[in-house]
Unconditional design. Structure first.
Length: 436
């Protein structure tokens, strides 16, 4: 066994503990997916009960995204300071409170406040789980582990969407948020019992008792204990989270963040507005929800597919390809016949492409940002994208309110993924990258 436990983890087959850690990140990412559909599924009921117009509804749909962006930018970097595990627990507490409080809202402004609180928790969580999935994985399975983690998002939408559809058939929109609060709360004991701190973080930061903690964790993985901590690198080589803005990483940070921002605008136009668009065609709320569920079923399949394909094909090339595909299929959504079969098929294909691209971005972040700045770099990419993506539901809402149909709005919003793919294609050729 190597004297450095990080090398052992990278080179050895993955243990049950490591597989369980990745599985927990899948569930935590599913919370993100359910949070988005919770407000999307609740939106028609909120609009009907409170008499909200489309423009104002678009603002409400964006509040959670604004919170996610702020959480990714301001909260996520703490994972590189205090640790992955403590931050994840704190974020879960915020998410649970935000969900339950959303169910008590009696107006647009107070609901917006609780949506921001929920988003803050989710935004801080996302960068941490990306780091955990990467740092608990072997080198051979790292891209696959991050991809599987990312599949949690559409799984959360699909499973949560089916539950939300049932709830909406029996209760009002508040029940969706109550279920989300219960779902979030259940993960707190799971992390406390089953998920230890990242060994990479413990080696990097060396808190009190780090050696004992590391030996306890690698013992659970089936490896022999180490006698002493690995040598510390020279002070100049240790790095800081702010290194994502330094030469060598700054351009990569720019390319990934702006490309992700552009793609996520397209992504959240579809995720936020599909149920309302379908309902406005004359279908029921439950049918609108079911169409979004099919979109995310396609997303789950796409996420698994790109994860498997990264073993054979270049990650950058695959991510660029599916981002281009997203732009094409979302544009087609604007012209498909207004019947459930046609709508379901096109959004299923769109979901396959849009979530494959998200998975690719997450894997690129895990690969390109070093341990000491991984949560910060990933958080910046996600935060920049989510803060910008908050514009997507608002822009689409006012375009619809101006009298434009989906045949115009969909191609306009699809331009985000198109521009993101072009930047990714050109930018990553010149960015510093760890990919061979």
């Amino acid at each position: 066994m190597s004297d450095d436990p990080r090398t052992t983890i990278l080179n050895a087959p993955m243990s049950r503990l490591q597989i369980l850690a990745v599985a927990i990140t899948v569930g935590l990412n599913a919370l993100d997916g359910f949070d988005v559909v919770s407000i999307s599924f609740a939106a028609p009921g909120i609009a009907l009960e409170w008499g909200v117009e489309r423009g104002a509804l678009g603002i409400v749909l964006s509040m959670g995204l604004i919170g996610m962006g702020l959480g990714s930018l301001l909260v996520a970097p703490l994972a590189d300071v205090v640790g992955r595990r403590p931050l994840m627990l704190g974020c879960l507490a915020a998410m649970t409170a935000g969900m339950f409080l959303s169910a008590t809202a009696d107006g647009i402004y107070i609901l917006s406040l609780w949506r921001i609180l929920t988003g803050l928790g989710i935004g801080g969580m996302l960068a941490s789980i990306n780091a955990v999935a990467a740092e608990f994985s072997s080198q051979k399975r790292r891209d696959l582990s991050v991809s599987i983690m990312s599949v949690g998002y559409p799984v959360g939408v699909v499973v949560g969407g089916l539950i939300a559809a049932w709830l909406l058939n029996h209760f009002d929109w508040r029940a969706v948020f109550i279920f989300g609060g219960v779902f979030s709360a259940l993960f707190i004991p799971l992390i406390l019992i089953f998920l230890p701190e990242s060994i990479s973080f413990l080696v990097q930061k060396r808190p009190n008792g780090a050696l004992e903690k590391i030996n306890g964790i690698i013992g659970r993985m089936g490896h022999a204990p180490i006698a002493a901590m690995p040598p510390m690198p020279a002070v100049a080589d240790r790095g800081r989270p702010s290194d994502i803005f330094r030469p060598g990483l700054a351009f990569t940070t720019f390319v990934l963040s702006v490309s992700y921002f552009l793609h996520i605008m397209t992504f959240y136009y579809m995720q936020s507005w599909i149920p309302k668009i379908v309902v406005d065609m004359g279908f029921s709320q439950a049918q609108g929800s079911s169409v979004l569920v099919w979109a995310n079923l396609g997303g789950a399949i796409g996420g698994i597919a790109i994860g498997a394909l990264t073993i054979r094909f270049g990650l950058k090339r695959l991510t660029t390809l599916v981002t281009f595909g997203t732009a094409a299929v979302v544009s087609m959504f604007g012209f498909v016949a207004p019947n459930l079969t046609s709508l379901t098929i096109i959004v299923f294909i769109a979901g396959f492409f849009w979530n494959s691209a998200v998975v690719g971005f997450y894997a690129l972040a895990a690969r390109n940002f070093p341990t000491h700045a991984r949560a910060t770099g990933t958080g910046f990419m996600i935060g920049f994208g989510r803060a910008g993506a908050a514009l997507a539901p608002i822009i689409a809402g006012f375009l619809f309110q101006a009298g434009l149909g989906r045949d115009v709005v969909s191609p306009v919003m699809a331009a985000g993924s198109l521009l993101g793919a072009i930047l990714l294609l050109i930018g990553l050729r010149h960015a510093a990258s760890k990919e061979a």
